[in-house]
Design a protein around this ligand. Sequence first.
Ligand code: SF4
Ligand code: SF4
Length: 290
Amino acid sequence: MKEIVIMSGKGGTGKTSITAALGALAGSKAVMADCDVDAANLHLLFDPQVEHEEDFYSGKKAVIDYDLCTDCGICEEKCAFDAIHWQDGRVVINDVSCEGCSVCFHLCPVDAIRMEDNLAGKWYRAKSRFDNPFVYAHLGIGQENSGKLVSKVKQEAKKVAEELQRPFIFVDGPPGVGCPVISSLSNADHILIVTEATESGLHDLQRLVELTEYFKLSASCVINKNDLNEESDRAISAFCREHNIPVVERIPFHPAFYETLEQGKTLIESDNKEIIAKIEHIYQYLTKGE
Ligand code: SF4
Ligand code: SF4
């Protein structure tokens, strides 16, 4: 089984459009995983039938038992995260601000505070309209620890691929280079970096390549909107050459990217034969030898 993670240093490079199109081409052969848990959107193109959904808990939150609380105010005074406020004569904890540090729990003189598991999001196992087994998740508003939820999505995708003996997992990775990105890289077999021909595209590519080199991962690159800026296109190509990263495809700017998104379709369903051929070429490159 080969796990391929599709990454980009930032949003808007066409990463999800390309991932969705790869999934549409692969059909039941590939398990799809959406690890962009802060802003999951692959499901909007996949119209999935959910087969299983589960709450995702991470960290703790403080909860007050008002039958025991004596309104002494110690917790409000000591909370370093300003998560406790007076409201209508009683202390109230703001769930979004509470960091789960437990200080209030330890200091409450009458044990009126308990620490409860924090419901941080939900994950789903589903089947996409292209017959892909599909794992995705939503992180709750204001929740952190998206790296843990990314790991959960990856674990479940791997489990499904093993159970169903599917040769590929395609992972839509989160943008950037933070903790969720590092989680999404773990145990990957190959990283496809989607960048665009701009100065920031080059900068983001450099940061991602630093990570892939650090983790000794094989990587390749797609330059989307390669006709935006010739100089950036040349600089990206030169950087890839220096770092032994094959440029699998160059895709000129095309409205098919946003038109298909607006229609809830993948690039494979567009009427642009040139783009379809380029996606097919990327797919063949990623799946060769399997
Ligand atoms: S657990 Fe920590 S952050 Fe949360 S309310 Fe109590 S003291 Fe504040
Ligand atoms: S420390 Fe305990 S008793 Fe005092 S206000 Fe907070 S919850 Fe109530």
